[in-house]
Design a binder for this molecule. Structure first.
Ligand SMILES: CC(=O)SCCNC(=O)CCNC(=O)[C@H](O)C(C)(C)COP(=O)(O)OP(=O)(O)OC[C@H]1O[C@@H](n2cnc3c(N)ncnc32)[C@H](O)[C@@H]1OP(=O)(O)O
Ligand SMILES: O=C([O-])CC(=O)C(=O)O
Length: 380
């Protein structure tokens, strides 16, 4: 163990470039611009797997056998219906509440209601992970519907995870091209090593707190626009710009005002996000399906202007935002969709952290006033 004095500590703001632990769950490689889940390139998984298969891979380290997949599908489908107590709490929240606040609250309720919350065994945590995986679509879908004054839609157990999620949100199963783009987005969002929300989950787990608390904290971290909240923010930017021919002038003004352009840049990838080409291909199919060349033109114009002006590339939130918009999701629902996917990665990290736990507690360099003392009280 290395010790550090406070005399001249090296400060790495934002832990940039700091390696804090090992992980066997995913590898983000900015040099090769690649992302591996348990060794498999994410593009291969997106081309060939269901989201359920990827969830199993993240949790167990291997793709499921037919029997293992059937077990997971059975467990997930059996827990899909929105639990009455969760519904009651969601109904008690105003429809003006941000959907991320609703999802965060729902996870708290699910945790408070689970008699096994304090059981930190791998088996119990795996069961909790599957429970959250199964319940989150119901929460996200119902919250979007209630904001439009629509009734809850009951799940269908003849549909896979992605198709059922869309069914519960829209009351119909959209065309295969839409279901497929949604499945791809879920796979791409599922896991990304020690990003801010996953690290939050690991910090919480490191105190030997419970899995639900770790997920609640992770949701809070994901909400911010520098992280998952950017997919929502991208759509606000598109609304603000209006059309492709305004993009360049808008960008000039935004940069002059020192604004961060949502959906661009990344802490780890400096030459483009490995997931963007796959999600962009899915977006292109949606653009063709919904006949929205105007949206594609705006997307391209802002990307071109940003690369020309700052040489900063888009991240996954850039194509995901407009893709979710075309699918019919409310803009405020975009980040909860990220939650529903990333819960697989977060919970895999909770279990990995517990396998070789060390309390996460870094040091800080004190820069406040030197030691001083209160005035002696005046004696009468
Ligand atoms: C799924 C995800 O969570 S992906 C991330 C989603 N977040 C976003 O899209 C928000 C917009 N992007 C950003 O704010 C940043 O790129 C971050 C937070 C993602 C990464 O930030 P960092 O690694 O800390 O990079 P940092 O902020 O140091 O950027 C380096 C330089 O590029 C600039 N820069 C980086 N991203 C952007 C951006 N999106 N818009 C404008 N300038 C940017 C910074 O201003 C900085 O310039 P400077 O050196 O002149 O000060
Ligand atoms: O890795 C990061 O810092 C952010 C990100 O792209 C993700 O969490 O998917």
């Amino acid at each position: 163990m290395t010790t550090q004095t406070q005399a001249d500590p090296e400060i790495r703001k934002g832990l940039a470039g700091v390696v804090v632990d090992t992980t066997a769950i995913s590898k983000v490689n900015p040099e090769t611009n690649s992302l591996l889940y348990r060794g498999y390139p994410v593009q291969e998984l997106a081309a060939r797997c269901s989201f359920e298969e990827v969830a199993h891979l993240l949790w167990h380290g291997e793709l499921p056998t037919a029997a293992e997949l059937a077990d997971l599908e059975r467990a997930e489908r059996a827990q899909r219906a929105l639990a009455p107590n969760v519904r009651a709490v969601v109904d008690a929240l105003p429809t003006t509440a941000h959907p991320m606040d609703v999802v965060r609250t729902a996870v708290s309720v699910i945790g408070a209601d689970d008699p096994t919350t304090a059981d930190a065994s791998r088996a119990a945590n795996l069961a909790k992970a599957v429970r959250l995986f199964a319940q989150l679509p119901a929460v996200v879908a119902y919250d979007q519907r209630r904001r439009h004054g629509q009734e809850l839609v009951a799940p269908r157990d003849d549909l896979d995870y992605a198709a059922n999620f869309l069914w519960m949100t829209f009351g119909e199963v959209p065309d295969a091209v839409v279901v497929d783009a949604f499945r791809v987005s879920l796979i791409l969002y599922a896991e990304h090593s020690f990003n801010a929300s996953t690290f939050t989950a690991r910090v919480i787990t490191s105190t030997l707190s419970d899995l639900y608390s770790a997920v609640v904290g992770a949701i809070g971290a994901l909400k911010g626009p520098l992280h998952g909240g950017a997919n929502e923010a991208v759509m606000h930017v598109f609304d603000e710009i209006g059309s492709a021919d305004e993009a360049e002038a808008w960008l000039e003004r935004a940069l002059a005002e020192k604004r961060k352009i949502m959906g661009f840049g990344h802490r780890v990838y400096k030459n483009g996000d490995s997931r963007v080409p796959t999600m962009k291909a899915a977006l292109d199919k949606l653009v063709a399906h919904y006949d929205r060349p105007d949206l594609a033109a705006l997307y391209d114009a802002l990307e071109r202007a940003m690369v020309a002006r700052k040489n900063i590339q888009p991240n996954l939130d850039y194509p995901s935002g407009p893709a979710y918009h075309l699918m019919g999701f409310d803009t405020a629902t975009f980040t909860p969709l990220f939650v529903a996917s990333r819960v697989t990665g977060w919970t895999a990290h909770v279990m990995e952290q517990l396998e070789a736990n060390a309390l996460i507690r870094p040091l800080s360099a004190y820069v406040g006033p030197a030691e001083r003392h209160m005035e002696e009280p005046a004696t009468a």
